[in-house]
Design a binder for this molecule. Structure first.
Ligand code: NAP
Length: 116
């Protein structure tokens, strides 16, 4: 890895780590939804959540579905063909890295009270 490549890791990687670990209190076995899973922050979030033992659903555009699977996501939702918060499935953590989800709707799709 070059110094330039290595220097790109900390900001996006730490943003994802702080969101999932410090704010989300991520734990093994939890259902975690990452919105923007193909992006800089979201791609780290998927990998960190998997490393923590979570069951991860990544949300991305149609061109990046395979990429997000390769990051380790158990399920992938293409936001152009399906509402990421539709359906009955509940999440323990919803990490909206791109701020496109409705906060109120996310609260209903979460097993616990939404905080931030
Ligand atoms: N990168 C950092 O170091 C960093 C640090 C702190 C905060 N932030 C902030 O975090 C946010 C994300 O940054 P980023 O660097 O991860 O951005 P990015 O690399 O540009 O990724 C943005 C992602 O958003 C996805 N997206 C676009 N429309 C969407 C929709 N309707 N639903 C779900 N996903 C959608 C795109 O997915 P597709 O391409 O698959 O459509 C794309 O992968 C920004 O607000 C940024 O300011 C970034």
């Amino acid at each position: 890895m070059s110094f330039e490549e290595a220097a790109a890791i900390p900001l996006a990687g730490l943003t994802a780590l702080q969101a999932l670990r410090d704010h989300g209190g991520i734990d093994s076995g939890q259902q975690v939804l990452v919105n923007g899973a193909s992006g800089g922050v979201g791609s780290y979030a998927v990998q960190i959540a998997k490393a923590c033992g979570a069951i991860v659903t990544g949300v991305c555009g149609p061109a990046n579905v395979d990429l997000v699977r390769r990051f380790g996501a158990d399920h992938v939702i293409d936001y152009r063909s399906r509402d990421p918060l539709g359906g009955d499935r509940k999440c323990d953590i919803i990490f909206d890295a791109v701020a496109t989800l409705s906060f109120g709707k996310a609260g209903h799709a979460c097993n616990r009270r939404a905080t931030s």
